[in-house]
Design a protein around this ligand. Sequence first.
Ligand SMILES: [Zn+2]
Length: 142
Amino acid sequence: MTNESSAPVFFSRALYQSIVDHAHSVHPEECCGLVASDQTGTPVRVIPMTNILHSPVRYQMDPVEQFSVGKSLRLEGMSLWGIYHSHPISEPYPSVVDINLAYYPDVFYLLTSPVTTPPSLRIFQIKDSKVTEFPLILKEVD
Ligand SMILES: [Zn+2]
C-alpha cells in the first residue's frame, strides 16, 4: 500500500455534509452509500444505503436497494462515481476487508469517521489491492 501524489478531487461541502450526517444518524453502526455523478463526471448526489449487517465494523449494501438505485441512476443519465462508508471508531482508511472487497478500480472510495472534529472525509482508489489517496478539496457551491 503506497500513496502516490495524485490530482486533487473536488467535492461539494453539501455532499460532504450529507455523508457526515448519514454516519452520525446510524452511529455506532457503519453507514454506507453511493455517490453519483452527472454527465460531466462531477459528483452531484449522495444516496444513503442500508447497511444490512447493522454492524460497527462491517458493511454490506442491500442488493435489492442497490439494483433499484443503479437502475434509476442509469435512467437519469448519471453514473456511479463513489462508494462511501464510515468507520465509527477507527481512522478513515481502507481496512484489509475494504481492500479485499474493492471490486471497482475506477470509482472513488470515500471514508468518514466521527473520531475527529470536524469529521474527516478521505478519498481513495483501490486497484489490485493498492490504495491511492487523493487530496480532497471541499467546495462551497456545486
Ligand atoms: Zn471500512
